[in-house]
Design a protein around this ligand. Structure first.
Ligand SMILES: C[S@@+](CC[C@H](N)C(=O)[O-])C[C@H]1O[C@@H](n2cnc3c(N)ncnc32)[C@H](O)[C@@H]1O
Length: 212
């Protein structure tokens, strides 16, 4: 019951809660990052569909994975008006994407790798699903590099993850991307303006799967 109410409230309030941060930085970051997307694309944890307006016409087909039913309802409404690109919405989480190896030219994750149950396994799946020379585009909040903030992150995390859909505050996502075998080609680090220090450190960029 708690899960159902929580999921309903999260989905209904997500766009409104993020509005100010979108205006201050996220909108611009998404626009610039996602302009690199092309071909057959998988977005994991597509949420309410905030990335949809940023995909260029070079994206020929989209698979939008969103395990949360309430988020998926909003996502479905937003895709109704998209006529040019073929869109497939699925309930799959990143750990259960039912597609063969090397299915996608582009995989996108924005503010999702903090919430997946197992970061390393999720990146293994991303590696498996990308075509050689395909691109993984990411925008994620990560572990702080300030000892005092990190100490707060560690204290808050057990409660935060219950209230915020399993969101972890102390993931070193860039290191995990490198360890997965993907090669980071672009990496920008910046604070997410207007958010508390314990979630503000972000990375965004592109990683490619090497030719076999
Ligand atoms: C903070 S929201 C981000 C939504 C959107 N990507 C954005 O940039 O605003 C995190 C999303 O990740 C989804 N999510 C959580 N666990 C997931 C998993 N294991 N696989 C795929 N998506 C997941 C949640 O349902 C939620 O929609």
């Amino acid at each position: 019951m708690f899960k159902k109410v929580h999921s309903f409230l999260m989905a209904k309030s997500y766009d409104y809660a993020m509005r100010s941060t979108e205006k201050k930085c996220l909108h611009e970051w998404r626009m610039s990052l996602l302009s690199q997307a092309k071909g057959e694309l998988l977005e994991i944890g597509a949420g309410t569909g905030v990335n949809l307006p940023h995909y260029p016409e070079r994206v020929t087909q989209m698979t939008l994975s969103e395990p949360d039913m309430q988020m998926r309802k909003i996502l479905q409404k937003k895709t109704l008006s998209m006529q040019k690109t073929r869109v497939n919405i699925t309930h799959w989480g990143i750990e259960s994407i039912d597609m063969p190896d090397s299915s996608f030219d582009t995989i996108v994750s924005t503010l999702v790798l903090c919430s997946v149950p197992h970061l390393e396994n999720s990146l293994k799946e991303i590696y498996r699903l990308l075509r050689p020379q395909g691109t993984f585009l990411f925008l994620e909040h990560i572990i702080s590099d300030h000892p005092q903030t990190l100490s707060w992150q560690r204290r808050i995390e057990p409660f935060w993850k219950i209230c915020a859909g399993n969101c972890r505050l102390t993931r070193d996502t860039a290191t995990a991307i490198r360890a997965s075998g993907l090669r980071i080609k672009q990496l920008t680090e910046a604070p997410m303006t207007g958010t508390p220090a314990f979630v503000s450190r972000t990375i965004r960029g592109a990683a490619s799967k090497p030719e076999l």
